[in-house]
Design a protein around this ligand. Structure first.
Ligand SMILES: Cc1ncc(C[n+]2csc(CCOP(=O)(O)OP(=O)(O)O)c2C)c(N)n1
Ligand SMILES: [Mg+2]
Length: 432
């Protein structure tokens, strides 16, 4: 840089081409032509005007919502039909409904005090499955916490979902995380962490590394519209744009950040409207239309890899369930509102209508599948209940390579305590 500065000083304010300076930046400043009566500010690429006008905040307003099928499952424009095979559509449907069944059982399990916490994915199944199906298996996923369907589509077994929620000996996280904080190295799904939006700059860093490796991969980063209000979202978007990272920012706009509705979260046109401000190619899609999500992610993925470009996809959907088991959404929204999405515009029933109209599915198959799917979930659930909890010593390991003295002392004091008062603890449920 010092050499470049010296060269610039020597050349004064004359025209200097990027090639002369051999700058390594992907994009360099336009040619400096001081003779013209044009703005020369390095940070702008616009013309002068002589009329005072403020830009209205909603100058980019009403970004349209891309969809492929209507609420009755009919393809709106045949040219946009992804023409997926029956087998693939059935996989979509099986995953979406299996997720729904798993949610019901784990939600009930929490209500009965069997697990400590849970978050359902009701109503957002289309965003998970449509996006997961459009990716390659090795594409790296950073999730927020409400994307279990992505992991399920990739083949994460029911037993593993259950083991994590139960924090039993089958949980790779050894019971140290709250339920729904899944992760899988084999399936390229980075472990969930609760502090909102931290995954966004991390995902951008991973995408930058992938770009440097020149691998045929992208990163997809999921987040809620609420998390998009965090500073980390800004940092992530800007780094991704300026470093030309192959990343797909996938925003699930489900209408709420716990009890705060979108009408109180932002004054612009949702999250997609922010994209152009950062230099991100952006699209808004109907998240309850699994084919629209699939098409948008497929095309964004193709271009992200080919051009090393970041994309922003805002999937409009609705959180039908409570935020989590710690929330009661009847305190801040009406039953009618929830019922509308549950009964009139549900991603699962839209896909089912599509399958029925193709004669790929009927009532009998539906009944048989529901029964089978429930049985599979119940079996995994019963197995998880029977498994022991990880050995208590796991509380003290894995943070330091060598256990420091103060942690050893804590471990010893736990065992001294248990020697005297062990009968008051359910030690039988733990590995010995
Ligand atoms: C940094 C931080 N602040 C606050 C919270 C508490 N919190 C957990 S989820 C949530 C709402 C997030 O809403 P959104 O991003 O829209 O995701 P959704 O739950 O709707 O899927 C909040 C405020 C948190 N986990 N981390
Ligand atoms: Mg939300």
């Amino acid at each position: 840089m010092a050499a470049v500065r010296a060269l610039l000083r020597g050349l004064g304010r004359a025209t200097v081409s990027c090639r002369t300076l051999m700058l390594s930046h992907a994009r360099c400043q336009p040619e400096f032509t001081s003779l013209e009566e044009k703005p020369q500010f390095p940070g702008a690429s616009a013309e002068f005007v002589d009329k005072l006008d403020f830009i209205l905040p909603n100058v980019i307003s009403g970004i349209p919502i891309y969809r492929v099928m209507d609420r009755q499952g009919q393809i709106v424009n045949p040219a946009e039909d992804p023409q997926l095979s029956r087998e693939m559509v059935l996989k979509f449907y099986h995953t979406m409904t299996q997720l729904n069944t798993m949610d019901r059982i784990l939600y009930e399990s929490q209500r009965q005090g069997r697990i400590s916490f849970y978050m359902t994915n009701y109503g957002e199944e289309g965003t998970h499955v449509g996006s997961a199906a459009a990716l390659n298996d090795r594409d790296l996923v950073f999730g927020q916490y409400r994307e279990a369907g992505v992991l399920m589509y990739r083949g994460y077994p029911l037993d593993s979902f259950m083991a994590q929620c139960y924090g039993n000996s089958g949980d790779p996280g050894k019971g140290r995380q709250m339920p729904v904080h899944y992760g899988s190295k084999d399936l390229h799904f980075v472990t969930i962490s609760s502090p909102l939006a931290t995954q966004i700059p991390q995902a951008v860093g991973a995408a930058y590394a992938i770009k440097r490796e020149n691998a045929d991969r992208v990163v997809i980063c999921y987040f809620g519209e609420g998390a998009a209000s965090e500073g980390d979202a800004h940092a992530g978007f800007n780094f991704a744009a300026t470093l030309d990272c192959p990343i797909l920012f996938f925003c699930r706009n489900n209408g709420y950040a716990i009890s705060t509705p979108t009408s109180e979260q932002y004054r612009g046109d949702g999250i997609a409207a922010r994209g152009p401000g950062y230099g991100l190619q952006s699209i808004r899609v109907d998240g309850n239309d699994v084919f629209a999500v699939y098409n948008a992610v497929k095309e964004a993925r193709r271009r992200a890899v080919a051009e090393n470009q970041p994309f922003l996809i805002e999937a409009m959907t609705y959180r039908i369930g409570h935020h989590s088991t710690s929330d009661d959404s009847s305190a801040y929204r009406s039953v009618d509102e929830v019922n509308y999405w549950d009964k009139q515009d549900h991603p699962i029933s839209r896909l089912r209508h599509y399958m029925l109209s193709k004669h790929w599915w009927d009532e009998e198959q539906e009944k048989a599948w529901r029964k089978k799917s429930r049985k599979m979930v119940m079996e995994a659930f019963e197995q998880a209940e029977r498994k022991l909890k990880p050995h208590p010593d796991n509380m003290f390991s894995d943070v330091y390579m060598e256990m420091p003295a103060h942690i050893m002392q804590q471990r010893e004091s736990l065992w001294r305590h248990l020697k005297i008062y062990g009968e008051h603890y359910p030690l039988d449920h733990y590995e010995k």
